[in-house]
Unconditional design. Structure first.
Lengths: 552, 302
C-alpha cells in the first residue's frame, strides 16, 4: 500500500484472480453440460415431495428408536477410536515432520521429505481408504477405524508440525544448548507450550471424525450413515428422517461441546486453526476448571467404552493373512493400467469443474447466510440491530444456525442421492450436493469471523448516521471479505477430495469411474485413476496456496 | 491440572493394548470357526436378514457346524469378503459369482434354484412414457431418447445382460436421454420407474413378479415392455477353505443340504418360500462361460 491517496490501479492480483474465477465457473458450467443437455429430471419431483413431507412424521416407535440409538453409538465409537489413532499418528508424524525437530537433530532437509510423504495418505478420501482396507482386513470394524485414522493422522501430523514450528523456540534452544537430548527437550519445552493448540485441534478433528464415520457407513461400515443409506434406498423416508435427526443431534452436540471447551481453555478458535492463525489466541474466559476436568474424565470413559463397543480385531494388524493379502493386492495393482488415460483425463477435468461449482455455491451461500447466523449482527446491540423487533432477529439467528447445522451434518453422498432424484447423473447433482454440505461448514466458520470482528469501524459509522446497508458495505464487508476468501480457498482443497465420494453414489467425475473399476476388480485401472486424482488434488492445493499468498 | 492431563494421556496410551489382549484371548478359545454365509444385497436388506437367519438354522442342523449370516451392503464388497475368506458360502449373481471364482481358485458353484438356469430380465416402463410392449430384441431401438436406469453396477439381471441385449439391438448407452442411472438394487429400480424418475428400468424378472404378486407395484403406472432371452444367473458358491476346516467332502455336504430341501416338509417349505425356490438343483462352474465372456466384453471382468 502506498501512502499516496492515488486511486489504486485496477491491474492487480485481485482483478486477475477474479476474472480467472469467473472464466473457470463458466467453463465448469459448460462441462456440466448446462448449456446443451437436459439436466433436470422432472419425473423425480414426486419423490422429493414425499421425502420432504416425511420430515413431519419421523418414525418414533420404541423399537425403532432403539435401533437408532445403536446406530448412533456405532458412529460415535468409530469416530472416537479413529480420532484416538489419528492423534497418536499425528503426534509422531507431527514431531517427525516439523522443521524444528530436524533442526534439533542437525539434519535440516529431512522434514521436507517426511512432509511430502505424508501428503499422499492425506490426498485420498476416508471412503477410498475404507474400500482399500476391506481388501486386507475383510469385514471388520477395524476397517472403519483405520479408514479414519490414516488420512486424519496425516492431516493431524501436518497441522501439529506447523503448530510446533510456529511455537516460540527460545526455551527449546536453551535446553538443547545445555546438552539435553532432543526428545527430552521437546517433551519439556515445545510440547507443553503448544499443548492448548494441539488439544484444540484434536477436538476439531473429533468433530470431523463424526462426519467421516457417518460417511463410512455408506460403504457398509454400519452406523448412522449405513442406516440412512438403507432407508433411502428402500424409500422409507419416515425412518430416514429419524436417523437424520439423530445425526444432526450427535454432530451438533459434539460441535457445541468442543467449542465450549476450547473457549474455556482459551485455545485458538476453529477458524484460526484451519488457516493457522495462531497469534489470534483468545484470552481464556473465567477459568472454570470443573468443565475441563469433567470433559477429561468424559473423554477417558468414552474411549474405554468405544474400544469395548467397536469390537475391532486389532490382531489383524499383524497376522500373516493381512501381509499376504496386502502383497497379493499390490501384485494385482502394478503396473498401473494407463490404457484408459484419455478417459481419465476428461473425467479429471469434469471433477475439477465439479469442485469449482461446488465451492462457488458453498462460498456465495456461506457468505449470505453467515451474517444472519452471527450473534452480533441482528440481535439487540448487534451491528445491524433492527431495533424495533428483536424477536425477529433471534428467530432468524436460530433458524439460520439450525439450517447450517443441518446442511453440514448430512453427509455429501446422502445429499447427492437426494439430488439424484431430480437430476440426471452427472457433475451437476454432485456439485450441488458438495456445495450444500460445505455451505453449512463455511457459513458457520464465516459467522465466527463476523463475531470476532473488530466492531469499532462499524460503530463509528453508525454513530455518524450511516444507514444499515452503508454500515454493512463499508464497515463490515471490507474487514471480513479477505478472510472469507481464505476460508473458501481452504475449503476448496477439501471439496476436491470429496468429489470422489459423491461420484461413488452416481454423480459424475473420477468417482464414478472408480466405482466401475472397483466393481470390476480392475485394480490396475484403480491405481491409474487414483494417481491422476492425487495429482489433481496437488494442483488444487497449489492454486489455492498461490492465490492465498498473492492476496495476503 | 497438568498432572491430571498427563496421567490421562498416559492412560489413553495403554487402552489399545488392553483392547488387543482381550481380543486375542477370545480367538484362542474358539476352536472351530463357524461357517459364514452371505448374499449379494440385491433386495431390501431387511428382508434378506430374515431369509438368511432361517436358512442358517437349517444348515446348522444339517451340517453339524455353527452357521452365521453376515450382511453385506455392496455387491463388490461381497466378492471382496469372499476373496479374503470372511465369507464361506455366498449367494452370488451370475457376474459376481464369476468374479469371485476368478479370484478364489478352487471355489465351486454348487446349487441354484430351477429358475436360475433359465433366468430372464425384464424391461419395465412408466406408462406415461407411451412405450408399448414388444417381442423382438431389435425393437429395443424404440427406447432411444428415453431415460433408463439399471440396478447395481455389478448386477447380472439388472445391468450386465440388459446392457448386452441393448448392444445386440444396436443401442449405445449415450443414445438415452441424460445419463444412464444405477439405482443400486431391483426394488429401487421398480420404485424409480413407478415414480416416473426414469421412463425405463432393467429389472430381475423374479423380483418384478414377486412385487406384482404382493401387489407392491402400481400396474396402472408401470408395465413390462420386454422379456429377455434366458441365461444362467444366481447360484451358491462355496469357498475351498471349508474343506481344510471341516473335511474334504464338506462342499458336497453343503450341496446335498440344498438339494435335500423338500417342499413337503413344512419347516423346509418355509425356507424354500423365503428363497423363492420350488427346489434346488445342481450347477457347475462351466455353466457360466457365457456370463464370463459377456462380462469381459462389457469390461466388468478384467
Amino acid at each position: 500500500m502506498s501512502i499516496d491517496p492515488k486511486q489504486p490501479s485496477l491491474l492487480n492480483w485481485r482483478t486477475l484472480w477474479g476474472l480467472l474465477f469467473v472464466a473457470a465457473v463458466i467453463w465448469s458450467l459448460h462441462l456440466a453440460g448446462l448449456f446443451e443437455r437436459d439436466q433436470v429430471n422432472v419425473g423425480g419431483w414426486t419423490l422429493v415431495v414425499r421425502f420432504l413431507l416425511a420430515a413431519f412424521s419421523p418414525e418414533l416407535s420404541s423399537e425403532f428408536l432403539h435401533l437408532t440409538l445403536e446406530a448412533t453409538l456405532q458412529t460415535l465409537t468409530y469416530a472416537v477410536c479413529g480420532t484416538f489413532f489419528s492423534v497418536l499418528l499425528g503426534l509422531v508424524g507431527g514431531v517427525l515432520s516439523s522443521e524444528v525437530w530436524w533442526l534439533s537433530k542437525g539434519f535440516q532437509a529431512y522434514w521436507l521429505a517426511v512432509r511430502a510423504f505424508l501428503a499422499i495418505p492425506r490426498a485420498i478420501h476416508e471412503l477410498i481408504w475404507g474400500l482399500f482396507l476391506i481388501n486386507i482386513f475383510g469385514l471388520d470394524p477395524l476397517v472403519a477405524v483405520l479408514a479414519i485414522a490414516i488420512p486424519f493422522g496425516a492431516i493431524t501430523a501436518k497441522v501439529f508440525a506447523e503448530i510446533l514450528d510456529e511455537t516460540p523456540r527460545t526455551s527449546l534452544l536453551a535446553l538443547l544448548n545445555s546438552g539435553v537430548s532432543p526428545l527430552n527437550a521437546f517433551a519439556y519445552s515445545l510440547i507443553p507450550q503448544a499443548f492448548p493448540n494441539l488439544l484444540s485441534y484434536t477436538f476439531y478433528r473429533f468433530e470431523c471424525s463424526i462426519r467421516s464415520a457417518a460417511v463410512l457407513g455408506i460403504i457398509g461400515a454400519g452406523g448412522l450413515g449405513y442406516q440412512i443409506l438403507l432407508s433411502l434406498q428402500s424409500l422409507r423416508y419416515e425412518q430416514m428422517w429419524t436417523f437424520l435427526i439423530a445425526l444432526v443431534l450427535l454432530s451438533g452436540a459434539t460441535d457445541f461441546w468442543s467449542a465450549m471447551l476450547r473457549r474455556q481453555l482459551g485455545a485458538t478458535s476453529r477458524l484460526d486453526l484451519n488457516v493457522l492463525n495462531l497469534s489470534q489466541r483468545q484470552k481464556p474466559l473465567d477459568q472454570d476448571h470443573r468443565l475441563v476436568s469433567l470433559s477429561l474424565f468424559g473423554v477417558i470413559v468414552l474411549l474405554i467404552f468405544s474400544f469395548w463397543y467397536v469390537k475391532a480385531d486389532f490382531t489383524k494388524l499383524w497376522t500373516p493373512r493381512t501381509a499376504q493379502l496386502l502383497a497379493g493386492l499390490i501384485q494385482d495393482s502394478f503396473p498401473p493400467d494407463i490404457s484408459q488415460l484419455s478417459q481419465v483425463l476428461t473425467l479429471a477435468a469434469q471433477t475439477l469443474a465439479m469442485s469449482l461449482l461446488a465451492i462457488t455455491i458453498a462460498g456465495i451461500g456461506g457468505i449470505l447466510l453467515s451474517f444472519p447466523a452471527a450473534n452480533n449482527f441482528l440481535l439487540p446491540g448487534g451491528i445491524l440491530d433492527p431495533g424495533r423487533n428483536s424477536h425477529l432477529g433471534t428467530a432468524v439467528l436460530v433458524f439460520t444456525r439450525f439450517f447450517l447445522l443441518f446442511t453440514r451434518a448430512v453427509p455429501e453422498p446422502i445429499w447427492a442421492l437426494i439430488f439424484l432424484f431430480v437430476f440426471f447423473p452427472g457433475i451437476l447433482p454432485g456439485a450441488i450436493a458438495l456445495g450444500i454440505h460445505n455451505l453449512g461448514i463455511l457459513g458457520r466458520l464465516m459467522a465466527e469471523v463476523t463475531e470476532n470482528l473488530d466492531q469499532r469501524a462499524a460503530r463509528s459509522l453508525k454513530a455518524l448516521g450511516a444507514t444499515g446497508s452503508q454500515v454493512f458495505l463499508y464497515g463490515v464487508l471490507p474487514c471480513t471479505l479477505p478472510r472469507f476468501v481464505a476460508y473458501i480457498l481452504y475449503r476448496w482443497e477439501v471439496c476436491i477430495r470429496a468429489t470422489l465420494i459423491v461420484g461413488f453414489v452416481g454423480a459424475g467425475g473420477l468417482g464414478r469411474l472408480l466405482t466401475e473399476q472397483l466393481s470390476s476388480f480392475d485394480y490396475r485401472g484403480v491405481i491409474a485413476t487414483l494417481i491422476c486424482f492425487i495429482c489433481l488434488t496437488f494442483l488444487v492445493d497449489l492454486i489455492s496456496a498461490t492465490v492465498r499468498r498473492t492476496l495476503r | 491440572m497438568k498432572k491430571a492431563l498427563l496421567s490421562g494421556l498416559l492412560l489413553l496410551l495403554v487402552l489399545p493394548l488392553i483392547a488387543c489382549s482381550a481380543e486375542s484371548d477370545s480367538t484362542t478359545t474358539k476352536e472351530v470357526k463357524p461357517l459364514v454365509t452371505g448374499a449379494i444385497p440385491d433386495q431390501d436388506p431387511e428382508k434378506l436378514q430374515r431369509q438368511y437367519t432361517k436358512l442358517a438354522a437349517y444348515l446348522e442342523q444339517e451340517l453339524g457346524v455353527l452357521v452365521e449370516y453376515k450382511p453385506v451392503t455392496d455387491y463388490a464388497a461381497a466378492v471382496t469378503a469372499f476373496k479374503v475368506g470372511d465369507l464361506d458360502l455366498v449367494w452370488f449373481g451370475g457376474l459376481t459369482g464369476v468374479q469371485a471364482r476368478l479370484q478364489v481358485p478352487g471355489a465351486e458353484a454348487i446349487a441354484q434354484r430351477e429358475v436360475d438356469e433359465k433366468f430372464h430380465s425384464v424391461f419395465v416402463a412408466n406408462k406415461k412414457s407411451r412405450i408399448t410392449p414388444f417381442k423382438t430384441i431389435t425393437d429395443l431401438k424404440q427406447l432411444k431418447g428415453h431415460t433408463l436406469t439399471f440396478g447395481s453396477e455389478s448386477s447380472t439381471s439388472g445391468r450386465l445382460m440388459p446392457q448386452y441385449f441393448l448392444q445386440q439391438a444396436g443401442l449405445k448407452l449415450n443414445d438415452f436421454k441424460g445419463e444412464v442411472g444405477f439405482s443400486g438394487d431391483h426394488d429401487k429400480t421398480i420404485k424409480l420407474v413407478e415414480a416416473g424418475s426414469y421412463d425405463v428400468g432393467a429389472v430381475n424378472e423374479k423380483v418384478w413378479l414377486k412385487r406384482v404378486d404382493l401387489q407392491e407395484v402400481d400396474l396402472n403406472k408401470v408395465q413390462v415392455i420386454w422379456r429377455s432371452p434366458a441365461y444362467y444367473d444366481y447360484h451358491w458358491v462355496v469357498n475351498p477353505q471349508v474343506k481344510q476346516r471341516y473335511g474334504d467332502d464338506f462342499a458336497k455336504k453343503v450341496q446335498n443340504a440344498f438339494l435335500k430341501l423338500d417342499p413337503n416338509i413344512p419347516e423346509q417349505k418355509e425356507i424354500l418360500e423365503l428363497l423363492e425356490a420350488n427346489k434346488f438343483i445342481q450347477t457347475k462352474n462351466s455353466n457360466y462361460a457365457q456370463i464370463e465372456a459377456i462380462g469381459r466384453e462389457i469390461g466388468k471382468i478384467k
